[in-house]
Design a protein around this ligand. Structure first.
Ligand SMILES: Nc1ncnc2c1ncn2[C@@H]1O[C@H](COP(=O)(O)OP(=O)(O)O)[C@@H](O)[C@H]1O
Ligand SMILES: [Mg+2]
Length: 234
């Protein structure tokens, strides 16, 4: 599905990603690493916000590098950026509809799609006419994920969705991600919260200083000495 190979990315003269390769199939994949490791840069390279100096990014066999973000979204990739980017003085329903607005198939299937996201996030159905800005932090994060799902993505990319949420809300949000996975949506999850992230993902990559530190399945990551020491506090 998504295949990134030998990516190198620089900001000006500073190289922040070195020869990094990763792929996402029909599964949930983690991109774990500390602040500044390069997680957002990799995501932005996939969705056309950053141009790698070398390497390739393909989605279902087609190169994404020539395309702008809106076109990449139309190919079936939805992103929940770190800051959520909701419209605070629009209602929950309006925010959700915007998620479908730029894709013809999604526009034509809005009622069915709303039903789908309300099934996963019943709280949003209860608050459908409330302004997004008046939701709690946890609910706003759920709305950001639900809005991304409105575009009928095959791949959902989330950039550190746990940031700023209290632990119980992180658990709740990540349980939703597990449900989304069972609905046939592939997931690429960037996280510093490796402990919670490991509950959702099938496989993961650890990125440190822009290079690959570890690539493994969730079970092996959980028992990896470096992961335990650096990310799980064990
Ligand atoms: N727009 C930018 N211009 C210059 N340097 C940047 C820019 N964005 C990120 N960086 C630097 O690139 C490195 C990787 O950042 P980032 O991809 O945001 O990491 P992460 O998402 O893992 O925290 C960091 O050293 C960061 O300071
Ligand atoms: Mg980041």
């Amino acid at each position: 599905m998504l295949d990134a190979k030998n990516l190198n990315v620089s900001y000006g003269r500073i190289q922040v990603i070195r020869d990094f390769s990763f792929h996402v199939g029909s599964e949930a994949v983690g991109l774990f690493g500390p602040n500044g490791a390069g997680k957002t840069t990799l995501i932005n390279s996939v969705i056309g916000l950053v141009k790698p100096s070398s390497g390739s990014v393909t989605f279902q066999g087609q190169s994404l590098l020539p395309f702008e973000t809106h076109r990449i979204v139309r190919m079936g990739i939805a992103v929940v950026p770190q800051d959520g980017e909701l419209f605070p003085i629009m209602t929950v329903l309006e925010n959700l509809k915007i998620g479908a607005a730029y894709i013809k198939e999604a526009r034509e299937r809005i009622p069915e799609r709303l039903e789908f996201v309300f099934k996963i996030f019943p709280i949003l159905k209860e608050r459908v006419y409330q302004f997004a800005g008046t939701l709690s932090g946890g609910q706003q994060r759920m709305l950001a994920v639900a809005r991304a799902l409105m575009s009928i993505p095959r791949l959902l990319i989330l950039d550190e969705p746990s940031v700023g949420l209290q632990p119980s809300l992180v658990s709740e949000l990540f349980e939703k991600l597990s449900i989304i996975k069972t609905e046939g949506v592939s997931i690429l999850l960037s996280e510093q919260n490796v402990r919670q992230g490991l509950k959702v993902i099938d496989r993961g990559y650890v990125i440190e200083n822009g290079t690959l530190a570890i690539e493994s399945n969730a079970d092996d990551l959980m028992h990896n000495e470096h992961v335990k020491k650096s990310y799980l506090g064990l």
